[in-house]
Ligand binder design. Structure first.
Ligand SMILES: [Zn+2]
Length: 171
């Protein structure tokens, strides 16, 4: 049986770190924590007989390889680049502009041509490696969040999932 998100019914989920003694104990009974890759819900799921190796990569969100333009701006600078990976929580992009770790940016993701960009009001640069900037999304409107979730769902080829009642309408 595949783990499924109890909040949005997505099957695009990823196993995440066990936190605390209780989660370590119940993992012995094949109950594991997961993170929904679309709505960010964290939940436990019972997988009879499934054992995981300890040293697997357990980042919270899987990034999906993409290629689309991005504009970014801060109080000091405005620039553009190319997004190479995206998830609902962060993205990576290439740019020739000098940015530094800890910088705060506003991002505009031009994921679909002819459509308005997905706007991230506030993102923080968490890493810079060989010209690739890793930015974590901090502030994003409900509308843009819903569009971002739909984009990620489209990219991984998921069937359309019902939008939870609490979400803002999708443009
Ligand atoms: Zn979900």
């Amino acid at each position: 049986m595949r783990p499924q998100c109890p909040s949005c019914q997505s099957i695009y989920v990823r196993r995440t770190h066990r936190v605390g003694t209780l989660e370590r104990m119940i993992s012995l009974l094949y109950v594991y924590p997961f993170r929904c890759q679309l709505c960010s819900a964290r939940f436990s799921f019972f997988q009879w007989g499934v054992r995981y190796a300890q040293q697997e990569d357990l980042r919270q969100y899987e990034r999906i390889g993409v290629q689309f333009p991005i504009l970014f701006s801060s109080s000091q600078t405005v620039g553009k680049g190319v997004v190479t990976d995206v998830s609902v929580a962060d993205c990576a992009f290439e740019t020739s502009l000098p940015l530094k770790q800890g910088d705060t940016l506003k991002l505009e993701l031009y994921a679909k041509s002819g459509r308005p960009p997905i706007v991230v009001e506030k993102a923080v640069i968490r890493s810079i490696r060989q010209g690739i900037v890793g930015a974590q999304f901090i502030t994003i409107s409900e509308t843009d969040k819903a569009r971002l979730h739909r984009l990620v769902g489209d990219l991984v080829g998921l069937p359309i999932v019902p939008v939870p009642q609490s979400s803002a309408p999708v443009r």
